[in-house]
Design a protein around this ligand. Sequence first.
Ligand code: ZN
Ligand code: ZN
Ligand code: ZN
Length: 277
Amino acid sequence: MTDRADQDPTRGGGAQALARVTFLGTGTSHGVPMIGCACAVCRSTDPHDKRLRPSIYVDVPDRAKILIDTTPDLRQQALAHDIRRVDAILFTHGHADHVLGLDEVRRFNHLQGTSIPCYANGVTWDTLRRVFYYIFDGKPRLGGGVPQLEAHEIVAPLTIGGVRVRPVPLWHGTMPILGFRFGTFAYLTDCNRIADDAWDVIEGVETLVIDALRDKPHTTHFTVGEALEVVARLKPARAYMTHMTHDLGHAATNARLPPGVELAYDGLVLDVRVDVE
Ligand SMILES: [Zn+2]
Ligand SMILES: [Zn+2]
Ligand SMILES: [Zn+2]
């Protein structure tokens, strides 16, 4: 059973706190460089062109440290950024590049001595329960070594350790997935359409992170041009693109983006204001 606790449909109050968002990965599913590719971006010596699989870490001091997605690079990402605590995991969707590092959170179970609540929509839970049957089927496993996780289905805005999170319904091709809004900040990866009812949820956001795979059209991801259309409609103070392929070199792409819009990169840190209780 997926627990539907912790949901908080109420809003208001208006309290905010400073949070620190760290980009753990900003690459597409293959990562950049890609295995066996000798293109200019894959061979680039610019560290901004090294992209692990897409994930962010939202640290709200004294409240919660929240990981969004568990990529196949999670171990490397946690070591690179000295991440020592994860109070909750939010999943955008169940694709391999966003979930296959879930086993790595055993270290946080051990360090914290706690289980870790995980939040996802129903479609993503269907995938997580199949892929990680040994975590979620409730059967004892000889030898142990299984992550200790609590499954929560996202059906409404929720509060994690006093931090308010609003799910943003997105379309990733035909798959309904979630972006997340934390106060003035929204993270919208892996999408090629923003659901009609999502525009209200992201209205007024000041810092926007948006999927921009490449320039060539794709069936499940925004292109750079399409992402810029979203930016033009929302008018955030600053926007960062993520989930880029090796088609987009960091410096060359930034040089042609309008003011206030740039490619995110692994290790980028943003200070944002989030809604809290
Ligand atoms: Zn992806
Ligand atoms: Zn390449
Ligand atoms: Zn995806």
